[in-house]
Design a protein. Sequence first.
Length: 264
Amino acid sequence: MTIIICLVGQHHRRAFDGIRYWSKIHGITKLYLLHSDTDAENDSNVFAYMSRTNAEELKKKLEILDPITVPYNPMDQRSAFRTIWRILNQARDDGEEALIDITSTTNITMGIALTTALMFRNARVYSVPSKDPAWYVQGSPGDSKFQEWFKQAREQPSRDPTELQLPGYRLEPSSKHEEKEWEREKKLMVLLREHGSEADSISDIIRWFGYKAANSTLRNRFSRIVSRLEMKGLVYAEKGSKMKVIRLTEFGEIFAEALAEGEI
């Protein structure tokens, strides 16, 4: 079972296309359309109008999914966090996977969505790119229309920065003991990448670390390392009839590549 949390903003077609895409792949059990509350304090009137209008139209076009519209303030991180967290928490309790569309929301809510998603194992985040990424640019570099647009765009006034509050847990260690374990975990990831991102068994990993024999003590030690990496979403251990295949997750591959390039 999969739900979609669509953070509705200025884009209508891209939000619709994203929902339609995932519906074909997963089948959607619930669709939440989070739109700007026009009465919310400090909310942009223009953004609020676009968000609410698009949410209403999406609800009509996607009537078959019986969308649930949820008003909130996309300019306030407390409102954004409460709204997204409540939906993700309920989805977890109901055994549902959650997809969050951050294509068209404010910068603040985009950050909150990513932060909140990191707190739930059932949450994933996606964005629907524009077919023409520069559709909003006026003119082409070199002509007067573009130069005027560029001048106005780069000199837009700003407000004070807003720091996004993050959960306390990090992948990085918080103690000396964890630092030692983290070094082994990172080395294992790099070794996996060097061997095609996959190991046929724990014995392979033990051998890559330079040990000649895989005794029970070493097997237990490296099984714990693999389990920690599984918990962090960096490797996936697939149990077969005789062996346990360990492979990097997609994010694990990206991370391992960064580690290797950083000569860690």
